[in-house]
Design a protein around this ligand. Structure first.
Ligand code: MN
Length: 202
C-alpha cells in the first residue's frame, strides 16, 4: 500500500465562493501520524473545556489546550486562557506546516475528541484577537471525522473527511462568510486530536 492512498490537491479551493479552504490530505505517513498522536495524547496539558453560559460554568467532555510563542490570552465562550510555551512536538508540527503552506503561525488551539460522541457545533473562528483573514492550519490525528462548512447567507453546505495525519487550511474571508462544525457520529470509537495553528495579534 502507498503511504498516501488518496492524493489530495492542495491548490483546489473546496469552497465555491467567499473564502478559501485547501485540503492537503495526509502529510504524514501512518507511522509518523501514530507517533504524533501518541506524543500529543501524553505530553499536552489537556483540560476539560469549559463554557460560561448565563454566569454558570459548564464542564465539557472534550478536552482543550492552548500553546503559543508568548503567554497570549485567548477568550472564547467567555473564558480567558493563557497560552503555554510550545512543546517539542508542537514546534516540529508548526515548522512542518509552515513549510508546507508558506504561512506563519504564533499559537495553537488543540482539541481532543475522545470518541465520535464528542463534536463541535456550528461556529466560525471570528475571535477579535485573531489576525483578520489570517490562515488557520488544521492538523488531524486519530479517528477520521467528517467536517462541514455552512454559508451564513445561502446555507450551502460543503463537507469533507479529515484523515489521520492530514492538513487543512482555512484562509481569506472563510470565517466571515462560513460557519464550520464537527458533527458527532456513531462511526468513530477512537480519539481524534485536532490542532489549529493560528496568528494572534494585539
Ligand atoms: Mn473552529
Amino acid at each position: 500500500m502507498n503511504l498516501f492512498d488518496y492524493p489530495a490537491n492542495p491548490t483546489l479551493n473546496l469552497l465555491p465562493k467567499d473564502g478559501t479552504v485547501n485540503y492537503f490530505g495526509k502529510i504524514f505517513s501512518p507511522e509518523e501520524a501514530d507517533n504524533y498522536l501518541n506524543r500529543l495524547l501524553t505530553n499536552i496539558a489537556w483540560k476539560n473545556d469549559e463554557a460560561n453560559i448565563f454566569g454558570k460554568t459548564i464542564i465539557i467532555k472534550r478536552k482543550v489546550a492552548w500553546y503559543g510563542d508568548q503567554e497570549f490570552e485567548y477568550t472564547y465562550s467567555n473564558i480567558t486562557k493563557k497560552a503555554l510555551p510550545w512543546t517539542k512536538e508542537l514546534l516540529e508540527l508548526k515548522t512542518t506546516i509552515e513549510a508546507e503552506t508558506g504561512e506563519t503561525f504564533n499559537s495553537c488551539l488543540l482539541n481532543l475528541y475522545h470518541t465520535g460522541e464528542e463534536g463541535m457545533a456550528w461556529h466560525s473562528d471570528g475571535e477579535k484577537d485573531l489576525k483578520k483573514d489570517g490562515a488557520i492550519g488544521s492538523l488531524s490525528f486519530g479517528a477520521e471525522r467528517k467536517f462541514s462548512f455552512k454559508h451564513k447567507q445561502t446555507k450551502e453546505i460543503v463537507s469533507m473527511v479529515l484523515e489521520h495525519g492530514s492538513l487543512l487550511i482555512m484562509k481569506g474571508t472563510t470565517q466571515t462568510h462560513w460557519l464550520h462544525r464537527l458533527p458527532p457520529t456513531n462511526a468513530a470509537h477512537q480519539a481524534r486530536v485536532n490542532l489549529t495553528f493560528r496568528t494572534i495579534v494585539f
